[in-house]
Design a protein around this ligand. Structure first.
Ligand code: C5P
Length: 232
C-alpha cells in the first residue's frame, strides 16, 4: 500500500458528496465513506463512487460476535472496496472470522484494519468505565499485535501512536491515521492533531483528512497541499 491521503467524505447525502467530488475534475482522490453516508444511501453510494474510479476505505467499524461479523464482511466483500475496518476489542476470534468473510472466492481481500482505541477514549475512561488498567500506549500496542495475529493488514490509530505500532508490529503493518491538521488550520473537535509532514515522520502510511479539505474554500487546492506536505 503506497503512502496516500484519504479524504473523509463526511457528507449527509449523495448529492452533497457527488457535488464535492465533481470539483476534482479528472483527479481521483482516495476517499473514506463512513457510517453517516453509508446509512443514508446504502451500498449504492459505494458502487457509484467506485465506478467513478476512486479507491474507497469503507469505515463501518464492525463489532459483533464472530459469525455475524464474518457474514457481514462477506456481503461487504462484494462491494469491491479497497479498505475496511472493525474494532480490535471484538477479540482475535472476531478479527479472524472477519478476515475469512472478507476474502473473496478468488482469494483476494480488501485491506482489513482494526481500530485500537478510539481517539475519543482517554485513559480515565478506559480505567473507570471499561476497567482497563493498562496505559493507552500499552493497550494500543497490544490490540495492534492481536490484529496482526488475526492476519489483519494494519490499524487505524492516532498519528501520535503510529511509531509505537510500527515498533510493536514491524514496518509492513499499516498505520492509517486521522486527526490531521495543517499548521495554520483550526483543530475543530480533534483533541490531538498532527500536520501531514509530522504524521509521515511519525510512521503514518496513510492519513485520513476531513474538514481541512471538505470545509475549505478550495477543497482541491487543500487536498493538493495535503498530498504535497505528506508525500514531501
Ligand atoms: O474532519 P476530520 O479531519 O477531523 O475527520 C476525521 C475523520 O476520521 C472523520 O471521518 C472521523 O470519523 C474519523 N476518525 C477520527 N478519529 C478516529 C477514528 C476515525 O477522527 N479515532
Amino acid at each position: 500500500m503506497p503512502h496516500d491521503v484519504i479524504i473523509a467524505l463526511d457528507f449527509e447525502n449523495r448529492d452533497k458528496t457527488l457535488a464535492f467530488l465533481d470539483r476534482f475534475s479528472g483527479k481521483k482522490p482516495f476517499v473514506k465513506i463512513g457510517m453517516e453516508l453509508f446509512y443514508a444511501e446504502g451500498p449504492a453510494i459505494v458502487r457509484e463512487i467506485k465506478q467513478r474510479g476512486h479507491r474507497i476505505f469503507l469505515d463501518l467499524k464492525l463489532h459483533d460476535i464472530p459469525n455475524t461479523v464474518k457474514k457481514a464482511m462477506r456481503v461487504l466483500s462484494q462491494l469491491d472496496v479497497d479498505m475496511t475496518n472493525l474494532h480490535a476489542a471484538g477479540t482475535v476470534a472476531m478479527m479472524e472470522a472477519a478476515k475469512e468473510g472478507l476474502t473473496r472466492p478468488d482469494g483476494t481481500c480488501a485491506t482489513l484494519l482494526a481500530v485500537t482505541q478510539l481517539t475519543s477514549t482517554d485513559e480515565t475512561r478506559m480505567r473507570e468505565e471499561l476497567l482497563i488498567d493498562a496505559t493507552m500506549p500499552q493497550t494500543v500496542a497490544h490490540y495492534a499485535r492481536n490484529a496482526q495475529k488475526a492476519g489483519l493488514g494494519g490499524v487505524v490509530c492516532s498519528p501520535l501512536e503510529a511509531a509505537l505500532v510500527k515498533e510493536a508490529c514491524g514496518p509492513d503493518f499499516l498505520t492509517v491515521t486521522p486527526g490531521i491538521r495543517f499548521a495554520d488550520s483550526a483543530a475543530d473537535d480533534q483533541a490531538r492533531v498532527m500536520t501531514p509532514a509530522k504524521a509521515r515522520a511519525n510512521g503514518s502510511d496513510c492519513i485520513v483528512v476531513g474538514r481541512p479539505i471538505t470545509a475549505a474554500a478550495d477543497p482541491v487546492a487543500s487536498w493538493q497541499r495535503c498530498v504535497d506536505e505528506f508525500l514531501g
